[in-house]
Every structure is written in structure tokens, then in C-alpha cells.
Design a protein around this ligand. Structure first.
Ligand SMILES: *[C@@H]1O[C@H](CO)[C@@H](O)[C@H](O)[C@H]1NC(C)=O
Ligand SMILES: *[C@@H]1O[C@H](CO)[C@@H](O)[C@H](O)[C@H]1NC(C)=O
Ligand SMILES: *[C@@H]1O[C@H](CO)[C@@H](O)[C@H](O)[C@H]1NC(C)=O
Ligand SMILES: *[C@@H]1O[C@H](CO)[C@@H](O)[C@H](O)[C@H]1NC(C)=O
Ligand SMILES: *[C@@H]1O[C@H](CO)[C@@H](O)[C@H](O)[C@H]1NC(C)=O
Length: 359
């Protein structure tokens, strides 16, 4: 499994969208532009941060485009920010080698695997329960949301509605989601029944690159494409998306290097193929951590249902060769429920009886 080229596995060609001609055959350098969102500020504590208290974190400030766009000071913060982002992309200072996008990254609502990890404790979860498909009452092979998880998605739905209707927040040009049901269901609820413009419908593109770190845990195994569409009828699949999951391995974890590469690759893909500036992504805790790292954003861990916006600058640069890396490594677990699971002693597997030697 050494160093295969990721793009040959994940067919990254997009659903018919425009492409960035200047980026053709080049590399793309991505960075977070600070000074626009509270989450970028070193003084903001990510722990307990709730977008609902802060207009998604949009800082109250002026932009150089305000004077001409809003001479009578009647526009909202979001409308003035939208105009500034549009100027950054389309103003005559832009030579076509730079693109700006506002990525609004949402973590799915609480899933049954999250509830089960709390229920069993992390050590026992990791060494036994997480590789099962469920426990008889709860199911966590590609889990759905718990009632608390649905509440988080309803909360986001109400907040987006209010931002769009009362605060002039721009509608998204495109939506993307991870191919795990907890994300497609979260997106479905989050963007349900909003009065969206006809040319920007809620019709998310599912990309393998946005899925969670592919550990041996069954919650990281995805359902078949037919089933996923039933969780979100307007779903579109990136070109080459396979009916069945060919990326998850029951006995091997994806390496950090592979995870980091695919996070960069999916971001490059979005920047190179999507002309929109306002982008919604529904993904996971680990996946968003990787995306933020690739964007040079400071660490900002999201709890379930939380959402973080980032203004991203992408620049075309000369290509640099990349090294080979290992993509998956083996991972073993207990064969039956463990004896103990607590922070002090960790997980202790129940010993498997040694078969008596027949004479
Ligand atoms: C900006 O001001 C509004 C209105 O006072 C407030 O609700 C919002 O939280 C402020 N945003 C930030 C990021 O401080
Ligand atoms: C199964 O796990 C869920 C948490 O996801 C828990 O609420 C439930 O009680 C567990 N069922 C059994 C039989 O232990
Ligand atoms: C697709 O997934 C659904 C839900 O897990 C399952 O019921 C169905 O049998 C699967 N289809 C195929 C062809 O395996
Ligand atoms: C997704 O949304 C559609 C349209 O609102 C709805 O009919 C469907 O039941 C939803 N599916 C889920 C899994 O919530
Ligand atoms: C594989 O990933 C799981 C989940 O993060 C972790 O518990 C396990 O220790 C990992 N295995 C190895 C060999 O690192």
C-alpha cells in the first residue's frame, strides 16, 4: 500500500462546473485571510464557542468598498462583506491567479457513534465497540443522528433562515457534503425549506475527499450511493463516485499523511472547478481539523453541529514534486467486549482462552 497516487483512487473530476484556466498544470497555495471572523483571532476560545451568539463570527468592521457601495450606511455587515469579497475576486487588481472563497464548514449533528463513545468510554469504544456495527439498540455503521443531533441541525436551519432573511447573508453558490449519512442528513435538515434563489438550489455535491478519517471504526464506512441519495434526494455525486465504499478498510487506518493529502486535494479541486465564492461544506470533526490545517487556520475544534466560516485566498504557484507516503496501516482490536475501560487503565481485552493441546 505504499505511496499510491490518491487521484487515481478518488476520481476527482467534478460535476460539470467551470474550471480555473490559470491553475491548469500548476499548484494552488491556500491560506486563511485573517481579520474577518472572530474564530481567526487568537483571543477567541474555541471551547464552548457557539456561532449562534456571534453572527457566525463575522467581525463588525468596515471594508474599503463600503464608501462606494453603501454611502448611506443602510447595508448589513454581510452585504458589505459580500461586496468586498466580490471586489477581491473581480476587481481589476486581480490578475486571475488569485481566488477568494468564503468556506462555511459545518460539523454534522451528534450521531449514534458519538453517543456510544460517551456511553462505553473512549478506551472500550476504540478497542472493541467502534469496530462493531452496533449494540442491538443503536446502530453505528454509517450512523444517523441521535435526537440531540437532529436538534443541532434544526438549530442551524433556523439560524440560516434568519441570517438569509434578516441579515442579508449571501446565499451559497454551491454546497458540498461528505458521503457519510450523518452529514447528508445534517445538510438535508440544515438547508430544508429555505427560500433559496432558483439559480442556486440546495443540491449538494458529495465528495469522498470530505469524509472522516478512515479508521477501522465502522462509523467511517459509508453506505452505497443508492442509499445515500435516499437520505438527501437532491444529492449529486462527483464523477467517478462508486456505488460501494472502496476506500474504507476494516483492518487498517488511513494514515495522517493520506488524510492531509486528500484534504488538500479536495480543497484544490473545489477552488479549481467551482466559480462560486460562497461555499457550504458539511463534514466531520477530524475532516474539518484537516481542512483548517491545510488552510493555515489556527486549530478550532468544533463540537457536533457547530459551524465555522473561513475567508480563503488561493494562489496559483509553480508545481513542486510531492513525496510518496504510506496510505493505510494495520490496526488491531479486542475480539470480545473488554474487561475494563477507564482513563487510568485504558482498555484491557478479555483474554481469549488458549485452546487445549490435544494429545
Ligand atoms: C456585531 O454586532 C452585532 C450587533 O451588535 C452583534 O450581534 C454581533 O455579535 C457582533 N459580532 C461580533 C463578531 O462581535
Ligand atoms: C447502545 O448504545 C447506546 C448509545 O449509542 C446506548 O444508549 C444504549 O443503551 C446501548 N444499548 C445497550 C443494549 O447497551
Ligand atoms: C445499499 O444500502 C442499503 C442500506 O444499508 C441496503 O439496505 C441495500 O441492500 C444496499 N444495496 C446493495 C445493492 O447492497
Ligand atoms: C430530506 O429532505 C427531503 C425534502 O425535505 C425529505 O423529504 C426527506 O425526508 C429528508 N430526508 C431525511 C433523511 O431527513
Ligand atoms: C486506528 O484508529 C483508531 C481510531 O482513532 C485508534 O483507536 C487506533 O489506535 C488506531 N490504530 C493504530 C494502530 O494506530
Amino acid at each position: 500500500m505504499k505511496g499510491y497516487v490518491l487521484s487515481s483512487l478518488l476520481a476527482l473530476a467534478p460535476v460539470a462546473l467551470a474550471s480555473w484556466a490559470e491553475a491548469e498544470g500548476k499548484d494552488i497555495s491556500l491560506s486563511t485571510v485573517r481579520g474577518y471572523f472572530l474564530q481567526d483571532e487568537d483571543s477567541t476560545n474555541p471551547s464552548g464557542f457557539d456561532y449562534i451568539n456571534w453572527n457566525f463570527g463575522l467581525l463588525n468592521r468596515t471594508y474599503p468598498t463600503d464608501a462606494r457601495f453603501d454611502p448611506d450606511h443602510s447595508a448589513t455587515q454581510w452585504q458589505r462583506f459580500e461586496r468586498w469579497v466580490s471586489y477581491l475576486n473581480n476587481g481589476c487588481q486581480n490578475d486571475g491567479k488569485t481566488r477568494f472563497k468564503v468556506l462555511v464548514l459545518g460539523r454534522h449533528g451528534e450521531g449514534w457513534h458519538n453517543a456510544a463513545e460517551s456511553f462505553y468510554g473512549t478506551p472500550a469504544w476504540n478497542c472493541y465497540w467502534a469496530v462493531q456495527t452496533g449494540n442491538g439498540t443503536a446502530h453505528w455503521d454509517d450512523p444517523w443522528l441521535t435526537p440531540a443531533g437532529y436538534s443541532e441541525a434544526f438549530k442551524a436551519n433556523t439560524y440560516f433562515r434568519q441570517r438569509f432573511e434578516e441579515h442579508g447573508m449571501p446565499f451559497f453558490d454551491s454546497y458540498y457534503t461528505s458521503p457519510l449519512s450523518r452529514c447528508t442528513v445534517t445538510a438535508n435538515v440544515t438547508f430544508a425549506d429555505l427560500a433559496l434563489p432558483a439559480d442556486r438550489p440546495f443540491s449538494p455535491i458529495v465528495k469522498e475527499g470530505f469524509r472522516e478519517g478512515m479508521t477501522v471504526h465502522t462509523c467511517n464506512h459509508r453506505s452505497n450511493a443508492t442509499y445515500l441519495r435516499s437520505t438527501l434526494p437532491s444529492l449529486r455525486f462527483e464523477e467517478g463516485f462508486t456505488e460501494f465504499d472502496e476506500l474504507w478498510h476494516a483492518d487498517e487506518n488511513e494514515t495522517d499523511e493520506h488524510f492531509a493529502h486528500r484534504a488538500k486535494e479536495v480543497l484544490d479541486d473545489v477552488f479549481a472547478t467551482d466559480d462560486g465564492a460562497w461555499i457550504s461544506v458539511t463534514a466531520h470533526s477530524g475532516a474539518i481539523t484537516q481542512l483548517l490545517r491545510q488552510l493555515g487556520h489556527r486549530p478550532f475544534r468544533l463540537s457536533t453541529g457547530q459551524i465555522i466560516p473561513v475567508l480563503v485566498k488561493a494562489e496559483v504557484i509553480d508545481p513542486t514534486p510531492t513525496d510518496d507516503y504510506v496510505s493505510y496501516t494495520p490496526s488491531a482490536t479486542c475480539k470480545s467486549p473488554p474487561i475494563t475501560s477507564n482513563a487510568a487503565s485504558g482498555c484491557v481485552c478479555t483474554p481469549t482462552p488458549t485452546p487445549a493441546l490435544g494429545l
